[in-house]
Design a protein. Structure first.
Length: 279
């Protein structure tokens, strides 16, 4: 299995070309997709709420978009699912207003069914996998096979997992499938409103499971690798247009930019598969 963490960064020249392509894409997408080009539209404010799965790519792409278009992107964050006060479903239930919503595909579809996301506006941005990280200087456990993963969980003193999409899969499906659900009740903790990597970094958990794209930014941790293919969950993170968006055209333009081929290199560098390549 190829380690995502071992993927080398592109050379400086390639990074510069990528940035140039992204800036050009942001400027020309309006014409490409049949809408008004940004230069012909008054710069505005686009309100976005995004879950953590796409955040690493988003945080690199949005400043380039703002630079190229003059639009200002205002960002809020929350989990894809769950009832934490800052989760995206909780925000939407309170009536918070956004233009673009980015989260796990099934959660976005649910919001659309509830009338909070415009039907047919979903655009897949990237597909993520679940991985494991540990503190530097501690042994890297073996999760290369399903049996090794099971034994690692049984041997662990403490485990942290997300309260969002990846953690729901672990607690509701994977732990029972591996036959370790009972043991996990006493050693596994669901983490709300915080990234799992931060919990592991503090030493509050020995093992940390979350979307790979949310673990890799913690350079102080050792990324062990993704779950074995047989028990892996691959989830699309997708963007949709919120019902009541103040500037729907600007919001659509931002979504098209995030999903564009020019953005694929940055999306891939954060541990996700760009949507176009994942299909």
């Amino acid at each position: 299995m190829t380690s995502i963490a071992s993927t080398p960064l592109p050379p400086a020249g390639l990074r510069r070309r990528t940035v140039g392509a992204l800036l050009g894409t942001a400027l020309t997408l309006g014409l490409t997709f049949g809408a008004a080009a940004p230069a012909a539209v008054q710069a505005g404010e686009i309100r976005v709420v995004t879950s953590g799965g796409f955040s690493a790519a988003y945080d690199q792409l949005v400043p380039l978009y703002e630079q190229a278009t003059g639009h200002k992107v205002v960002t809020e964050r929350g989990a894809s699912i769950g009832n934490a006060p800052d989760s995206i479903p909780s925000r939407m239930a309170r009536g918070e207003q956004f233009d673009v919503i980015i989260l796990a595909d099934s959660a976005l579809d649910k919001l659309a069914a509830e009338g909070k996301v415009q039907p047919g506006s979903r655009v897949d941005l990237g597909r993520s996998m679940i991985g494991l990280s540990v503190r530097k200087g501690t042994p890297k456990p073996d999760i290369s096979t399903v049996e090794a993963l099971k034994q690692t969980l049984l041997n662990a003193k403490s485990v942290a997992y997300s309260a969002s999409a990846s953690g729901t899969y672990l607690s509701n499906e994977l732990f029972p499938r591996l036959g370790v659900a009972e043991q996990m009740k006493t050693k596994a903790t669901k983490i709300f409103s915080e990234r799992v990597g931060a919990v592991v970094l503090r030493g509050d958990a020995e093992l940390g499971f979350q979307q790979v794209s949310e673990l890799l930014p913690f350079k102080e941790l050792d990324f062990v690798g993704p779950l074995p293919d047989e028990v892996q969950q691959r989830v699309f993170f997708s963007a949709g247009l919120a019902v009541g968006a103040r500037d729907p055209e600007a919001a659509r333009h931002l979504i098209r930019y995030l999903a564009s081929p020019a953005a694929a290199g940055i999306v891939r560098s954060t541990g996700m598969e760009p949507a176009a390549a994942a299909r």
